[in-house]
Write a protein that binds this ligand. Structure first.
Ligand SMILES: [Zn+2]
Length: 455
């Protein structure tokens, strides 16, 4: 539910006043001496939809205080596909998937073969991301960098301190937390077992440790609890709102740590999300149609398999031709639950790379209609019902796929609400604040919110 600007403002003022008695934020952005750089903390709250941020009673006093002190967007537009790794990569590179080539949560492997493709989530960043990132530029400029649970970043040489999505029990930050009795070696070794909320709490403690001991110039932190609970229960319910309250507390923990480190006045806080989420009740099984067409038989001349990811699916075909792609497309056009079936040339208009540009790019791109999600099963009916779950991956024009943006602190003007903008603007904004260069990219710095004296 969207609220009016005035009711949102009242909520923000009320929560900001409450907030003032606890943690307060700098009264306004300070003019920066030319040589002074801020420290930047980017917190990504996975799947936090713009629609949620505008709920009038949202239990998020820390976010509301940041909004009141700085600037926040009506919404922030994700790139296609509207999933996690492609959008986190867009936010740190300033380009969409047509240039950075990250199309799913990992590297697509075994595509255009005689079996279903897979996803390698452990693929190194050097193999996955085709362009430089803002943390590469910052590190190469002599600044210090850190990441906690960021994605598409495995093995980067340009990160000084990290606590990875799957932490290393013998890593430096991990060992620091063990010494502080925050976590045990055994819990680190079985990190995936407890809840996502528990992991988010540990990620936050790792970020706090890095802030207080290492004072990085750029810290990237990614928290996943909202994405997780929405996938499980659907969008826009109290489970999601309670999780937002939990995440707001994690943001407060980071803000408090910055204050305790004495770096409050020179820190820029940037709160973002990678995409939104919507509820669905029907599943589509695109491999069923490929199988029925004989394209998955041992004798198939041009075998084809479909890799599914929520609201979109990628069909890869061995030795695809214009004619075979046209035939593939005809299998899906007009089927229930299919929003669109796009050839590489059609997908390119939506920001996707073509197979000629990247081996990650599909021969046919499928988008599901609202209320439908793709599933990998290859037997039974093409459409089957599901209990209500949350999904994303739908076109980036979909209102519920839009993400959030809040910035406050050093170098940020108290602009209040600003219009929607694309998330490729995040990387150049960080680059501008840090005085580093990203070269020629698609995004532009958000100069309208940067303090006048920000060089
Ligand atoms: Zn995500």
């Amino acid at each position: 539910m969207m609220c009016s600007a005035s009711s949102l403002f009242r909520t923000i003022v009320a929560t900001a006043m409450l907030f003032a008695s606890g943690v307060s934020l700098p009264s306004r952005a300070q003019a920066a001496p030319a040589a002074q750089r801020p420290k930047i903390i980017v917190i990504s709250l996975d799947a936090f939809g713009a629609a949620s941020l505008h709920e009038p009673q949202l239990p998020a006093p820390t976010l509301h205080a940041l909004m009141q002190r700085g600037a926040y967007a009506v919404s922030m537009q994700p790139i296609n596909p509207t999933v996690t790794w492609p959008n986190h990569t867009a936010m740190v590179t300033g380009v969409n998937a047509s240039l950075h080539h990250v199309l799913v949560n990992g590297l697509i492997v075994n595509q255009r073969s005689t079996t279903l493709p897979g996803i390698d989530m452990g693929a190194p960043k050097s193999q996955l991301v085709a362009v430089p990132t803002v943390y590469d530029a910052a590190h190469q400029a002599g600044l210090t960098t850190a990441q906690v649970d960021w994605v598409a970043i495995e093995g980067s040489q340009n990160i000084d301190w990290q606590f990875a999505e799957h932490p290393d029990p013998d890593g430096a930050i991990e060992q620091d937390l063990v010494r502080q009795d925050v976590i045990t070696h055994d819990q680190l070794a079985h990190f995936g077992v407890p809840s996502q909320a528990w992991r988010d709490r540990m990620y936050t403690r790792a970020a706090v440790d890095i802030i207080q001991k290492h004072h990085p110039d750029l810290l990237l932190l990614h928290l996943l609890a909202l994405d997780s609970i929405e996938h499980e229960t659907g969008f826009g319910n109290n489970a999601g709102r309670n999780t937002i309250a939990f995440l707001d507390d994690r943001v407060k923990e980071v803000v408090d740590a910055v204050r305790a480190a004495g770096e409050f006045d020179r820190t820029t806080f940037i709160i973002v999300s990678d995409h939104g989420q919507q509820s669905v009740h029907q599943q589509l099984h695109p491999n069923v149609l490929l199988k029925q067409a004989g394209l998955q038989a041992d004798s198939a001349a041009r075998p084809a398999f479909c890799l599914t990811d929520g609201g979109f699916a990628l069909v890869f075909q061995q030795r695809a031709t214009d004619a075979s792609i046209k035939a593939l497309k005809s299998l899906y056009v007009g089927q229930p639950g299919i929003r669109s079936a796009l050839t590489p040339q059609e997908a390119a208009k939506e920001g996707w790379p073509t197979p000629a540009q990247s081996n990650q790019a599909p021969d046919l791109l499928l988008y599901a209609a609202d209320d439908y999600v793709f599933s990998k099963g290859d037997t039974g009916d093409f459409v089957t019902p599901t209990v209500e779950i949350g999904e994303h991956g739908y076109p980036n024009s979909n209102p519920l796929m839009q993400g959030i943006f809040i910035a406050a602190g050093f170098g940020i003007q108290p602009k209040g609400e600003i219009p929607a903008f694309p998330n490729v603007d995040i990387a150049p904004t960080i680059a501008r604040l840090l005085h580093v260069s990203l070269g020629t990219i698609q995004g532009k710095p958000l100069t309208g919110i940067l303090a006048v004296n920000q060089p």
